[in-house]
Every structure is written in C-alpha cells, then in structure tokens.
Design a protein around this ligand. Structure first.
Ligand code: BES
Ligand code: MN
Ligand code: ZN
Length: 489
C-alpha cells in the first residue's frame, strides 16, 4: 500500500480524484469558503456529525467534488489515540468496498506529528488482509492513500517514520500469521536472508551443527524433539560507524509450541503457531530499518525451532548445559522459550552491546496480568526502561514495567542443576524473567513479554505486529539523540 503526503487546501481537495475522500473534522472546526467545508458545517449544524473521534457521516459527493464518495469523520481534539479510533472506525469500509482503491484524507486543521503518524499506522492496520495461504481470498483493495494537510514540510519526518513502521509491522504480521508448516525455522531464515538484499543489512544463518559447536545446549534440547532443523538467525544492520556499540534485539522464534513432553491441551493449540511473534518483530524491525536507514547499529538474533513431543524429545527432569556453562534442570518442557533465549542472550555478549532487548511470547501468566493492552516490560537499567516506555506510548504500542526483585528468583532452585527452568505458579511472568536475567551479561537489558499483545484470539484471530512500533520508535529515538546526523541518505 502506498502512502503520500501533500500540501492541500480544502478547496483543492475538491478536485482530488479518488474512491473515497475523508474529511477530518475536529473540535474548533472553522469552515472556509469551499464545498467540503460547507458540507461539514451543515452536517455539524444539523447534528448528523459530531467532532468527537470516530463520529462518522457517509455521503455521496456534492456535484462539484471529484471524489466518488465523501466521509465526514470526527477527530476530536486531534490526539494520536483519537485519530487511531477514527481510522479504525473505517475498517468495515476497507473490508467491504471492493472498489475502494484510492482514498484521500484531508485535514481541515493541521495535525500534530504524532497524530499524523498514528493515522497512517492505523489506516494500514485497519485495511490489512492476510492472503498467503488462502486459495481465493480477496486481497487488500486499498492501494493508495493520500494525506492532504495545510503544510506538508513540517510533518514529513513523522510521516516517513510512520510509513517505515507500517512496512515493518506488515512484514511481522505476515510471518507471524503464516501457519507453522509455512513458517518453519528454515523459512524464517530465508525471510531474514531476503532482508539482507538491502545494502546495510547482513545475514548469517547457523544450522544444527554450528549451534552444537557453539555449545547452545539449552536451545538444542528444545529443538531435539522435532524433525524440522533449527536455525539460529543473525542479522546485522549497520547504519553507523563500525566502532559504535550495537543494540541487540533477541526474538523468540518457536514456530510451533506443542509444549513438548509436557504437552499442552488440544483446545486452542493452533495459536501456538504465533509463538514466533518475537522473531517476527525482529524481522519486521529490520524491514523498517532498511526503509528508514537511521544512524545506528542493530544486531538481530533469532533462535528458532519447534517444541514437539517425540521419541527424541527432551524429558522433564533432564539436565542440559547452556552455552553460559550453567546447567539447567528442565522440569517442564513447555517452558521452552527461556531455554532458547538464554543461549541467545549468552551469544549477545560478543557484540559488547549498548543494550539488549529480548521479545518473547513467553508466559500465559503475562496474559493474565496485563491482557492484550500492554506488553510486560522487565529491565535491569532505568534509562533503557524509560526509553522503551516512552517509545511504547508514542507508538501507541504500550508496555508496563514489571519487577525483578531477587526474591522472585528463589523458586528456580534445583536439586540437580544450577537452576530449574520453572518455579511455582505464582508470578509466572516474573520468574520467567528472573530465569533470563541469570544469563544476562554486563549490559543494559530489557525483556518484553508479548504473550498477550503479539496476537489476537477469537473472531479477529491474527498477528498484531506488536511491538514493531515500539522498537522502531525506540531505535529512531536513539539515532536522534546520538551525536552527529540523524539519518543516512
Ligand atoms: N508460548 C508459551 C506462552 C504462552 C501461553 C503464550 C499462552 C501465549 C498464550 C510458553 O512457551 C509456555 O508454554 N509457557 C508456560 C510456562 C510454564 C510451563 C511455566 C505457560 O505460560 O504456561
Ligand atoms: Mn511453551
Ligand atoms: Zn512457547
């Protein structure tokens, strides 16, 4: 889908050829001397339209307007959340309207940068359609969106960033939505390699032999129950000088989590194809980096395999040796995410990272704690936590800080190894994070538990692309606060 930002007055919007022209009408709307203004003023006066966000009036265009249809859409005070609400209210139009190819959004009042970004991202979200494994699905019809604003120049950077996020989010949604037999570790590796066709990105793929040679005994233990070969995916984005310490993103890439020998119940097990949502977000973020080219270095690490029961599968009580040298008693094979992540966190040390952020659909307990609204944020560093929290708010992809007190680690003691992979039922999201923390080197680290936010269940089942928005905002923020220029040309 193409987005375009243009300087456009309401009078000029009259001649814009499109299937749908949306006029955003917010609080304090002042009609000018043109046909669209007159229409909006009349609708407000008669009470058929309100300025509150998502209030909507669908009309046919007045004779002097070139668009086929006109929608008057309330945008409230023009906050990002209100613009998102307004954009999502249009979703039924995008889904039903086969003929809706070109849309134009005209702002009667200049939007704030964050609000324009929110509109772009939400329009993409509302019109996205998954088609890859559907025989005869109708593809997304919306092909081109023009945003008409009183003055384009001051909004250009925010617009470009939002378009970059959209491309990244859609890449993540695509891969997370694919069924496990269409998104194997091998195929995820190929997706990563496809990103490296872009000049600033390099990709290294490690198979089972290399992973064994590295000594990643915890990762290998999870993979051993499946016939599907594992992949350890390594991506490098170099936008700054080689000497600059990178941010390392680590994504859990379990392409299907049956639980292993500690098998999950049958109901809803299909949703465990989304257990590579962290990996998909790393891929999506790199896709956005390729687009936006910020001056920053980023490494992406994705340990990817299936977690299945079988004759070769790891068993409850087995003890394995992680790459760090710590031995782990695997008391529950369904707590596999932390096992693949601990070896990736150990591997991350070699990059002497400025920060490491891992993303994982890690615990059902986090879904209970925070639901689908906020991701769980754990961090050993205040500045990193603050930056991620701020990025989440700005991207409307929020997270919530969770604790890491020493006492939460108590339950991970093992009689037969240095650490057990599970503690009791209480505070399950926190004890999972405490397990990971044992493998974190001397660098700022954050863990985002996205079990509740990476996908939706029920009628609207599907991947959300979260937290690509949060991550891209965080990385762009770093690039801007770094000394020197902001972006590569
Ligand atoms: N992938 C799951 C976490 C999950 C569960 C995500 C439900 C989304 C919805 C993870 O591998 C898992 O199975 N975790 C266990 C941990 C437990 C055995 C300590 C869980 O949360 O039940
Ligand atoms: Mn599991
Ligand atoms: Zn899992």
């Amino acid at each position: 889908m193409d987005f375009e930002l243009k300087t456009m007055s309401l009078a000029a919007a009259r001649t814009e050829r499109c299937d749908l022209l949306v006029l955003l009408v917010g609080e304090g709307f002042e009609p000018a001397q043109d046909a669209l203004s007159a229409l909006a003023a009349l609708a407000l006066k008669q009470g058929d339209l309100k300025t509150s966000a998502a209030s909507m009036l669908q009309c046919y265009a007045p004779p002097t307007v070139a668009a086929r249809r006109v929608v008057l859409l309330g945008s409230g005070k023009g906050s990002p959340a209100e613009l998102r609400k307004a954009a999502l209210a249009l979703a039924p139009l995008f889904k039903a309207g086969k003929t809706l190819k070109r849309a134009a959004f005209i702002f009667a009042q200049a939007p704030a940068q964050e609000a324009l970004g929110a509109l772009v991202r939400s329009l993409a979200q509302a019109s996205y359609v998954y088609t890859t494994t559907k025989g005869k699905a109708e593809p997304r019809t919306l092909a081109r969106v023009t945003l008409g604003v009183p003055q384009a120049a001051p909004l250009r950077a925010a617009f470009d960033a939002a378009v970059g996020v959209v491309v990244g989010v859609e890449f993540a949604r695509e891969w997370a939505n694919r069924p496990a037999n269409h998104a194997t570790p091998t195929l995820l590796g190929e997706a990563a390699r496809s990103l490296a066709r872009q000049g600033l990105i390099r990709c290294k793929l490690h198979g089972p032999e290399q992973v064994a040679k590295l000594g990643m005994g915890a990762f290998l233990a999870v993979a051993q129950g499946s016939a599907e070969p594992l992949r350890f995916i390594e991506l490098h984005y170099q936008g700054a000088a080689r000497s600059e310490a990178p941010v390392v993103l680590v994504g859990k890439g379990i392409t299907f989590d049956a639980g292993g020998i500690s098998i999950k119940p049958a109901a809803g097990m299909d949703e465990m194809k989304f257990d590579m949502g962290g990996a998909a977000s790393v891929l999506g973020t790199f896709r956005a980096l390729a687009e936006l080219k910020p001056r920053i270095n980023v490494v992406g690490l994705i340990p990817s395999c299936e977690n299945l029961p079988g004759g070769k599968a790891v068993k409850p009580g087995d003890v394995v040796t992680s790459m760090s040298g710590q031995t782990i008693e695997i008391l529950n094979t369904d707590a596999e995410g932390r096992l693949v992540l601990c070896d990736a966190l150990e591997y991350a040390r070699r990059f002497k990272p400025a920060a490491v952020v891992d993303l994982a659909t890690l615990t059902g307990a986090c879904v209970i704690a925070l639901g689908g609204v906020r991701s769980g944020l754990f961090a050993n560093d205040e500045e990193l936590a603050a930056r991620l929290q701020a990025a989440g708010e700005a991207a409307l992809d929020p997270c919530w800080r969770m604790p890491l007190d020493e006492d939460y680690g108590e339950g991970l003691k093992s009689a037969f190894a240095d650490v057990a992979n599970v503690a009791g039922r209480e505070a399950g999201a926190v004890t999972a994070a405490k397990f990971l923390q044992r493998f974190v080197g001397d660098f700022p680290w954050a863990h985002l538990d996205i079990a509740g936010t990476a996908w939706k269940s029920g009628a609207a089942k599907g991947a959300t692309g979260r937290p690509v928005g949060l991550l891209v905002h965080y990385l762009l923020g770093l690039a801007e606060s770094a000394p020197g220029a902001q972006r590569r040309k």
